[in-house]
Design a protein around this ligand. Structure first.
Ligand SMILES: *[C@@H]1O[C@H](CO)[C@@H](O)[C@H](O)[C@H]1NC(C)=O
Ligand SMILES: *[C@@H]1O[C@H](CO)[C@@H](O)[C@H](O)[C@H]1NC(C)=O
Length: 258
């Protein structure tokens, strides 16, 4: 048997000049609109802001020596599920905002589905993601949602399913509890990203003896990394205003054998 090893998926093309200008305009407009909102939130929504800001003050997981430890990642890629992902050609999101679509495409490919929905700006909440993947898989998956609010034990029970080939697990989380606030943190846009910057990615495995969760982050500037389970839990158990709920894991039971 040929030993598979991880090769970095293709990176998306850099933003075109047009996209860069469009983004700069958007950031400028937001930078004007955001401060009044922040002032309002600071006065009236402290119960939403305070937990997130204190979580974001922790040291970035990038400074943890295990974050991209090659030996530990090698262990992930040599598991049954790890091999399935390697063989199915993992991909990155081709642009910002396409994370739920890229997550879904990676999982659909891993269960052998070849007619994939095109990359796009997809589901924005765990519920919409669960509905979208079950529709796109044509009944080959049955997905359920485990919210952060259900507690750490329920979270771990689901994380462990990531090692079982009969399941696939996606994670919807807030970036800032893992990586902190993007610098410079006084820029309103970075502040707002820290509060609302929800993201979807694939959980590709769990190393029980190390208590590390392996995330394949569909943003190519992060890629595959390892994170302490409690730390990831904090990023999932953060309030999502859009869903009026915490963030969540989405576990898809695979209804076909592979
Ligand atoms: C990836 O993440 C970086 C940093 O958060 C962000 O600046 C960039 O736009 C993202 N790129 C894509 C393609 O998602
Ligand atoms: C958010 O959810 C809570 C509890 O589930 C509910 O009481 C509240 O009315 C909801 N708020 C909105 C704006 O939907």
């Amino acid at each position: 048997m040929v030993a598979l090893c991880y090769t970095e998926p293709l990176h998306p093309a850099p933003r075109s000049a047009f996209d860069r200008i469009r983004r700069a305009l958007l950031v400028t407009v937001l930078s004007i609109l955001i401060p009044p909102y922040l002032a309002y939130a600071y006065l009236f929504q402290r119960s939403f802001i305070d937990p997130i800001m204190s979580a974001a003050k922790r040291e970035s997981i990038k400074l943890d020596p295990k974050y991209k430890n090659p030996d530990l990642l090698k262990r992930i890629w040599s598991t049954k599920v790890g091999k399935i992902y390697l063989e199915s050609d993992l991909e990155y999101q081709c642009q910002e905002g396409y994370c739920s679509s890229a997550t879904m495409r990676n999982i659909l490919k891993s269960i052998g589905i070849s007619s994939l929905p095109p990359p796009r700006s997809g589901a924005s909440t765990p519920l919409k993601y669960a509905q979208a993947i079950d529709k796109a898989s044509n009944g080959q998956t049955t997905s359920s949602i485990v919210y952060g609010s259900e507690g750490y034990e329920a979270f771990m029970c689901t994380v462990k399913k990531a090692n079982d080939p009969n399941y696939r697990v996606a994670v919807n989380f807030l970036r800032s509890p893992l990586f902190g606030i993007t610098q410079p943190s006084y820029l309103p846009i970075n502040f707002v990203l820290a509060l609302f910057g929800g993201h979807f990615s694939v959980i590709v495995g769990y190393l029980e003896d190390e208590d590390l969760v392996a995330v394949f982050d569909v943003n190519h500037t992060y890629g595959p990394y390892l994170v302490d389970s409690k730390r990831l839990y904090d990023a999932v158990n953060s309030y999502d205003k859009m869903a009026n709920n915490t963030r969540a894991l989405i576990v898809s039971q695979v209804n076909i054998s592979n």
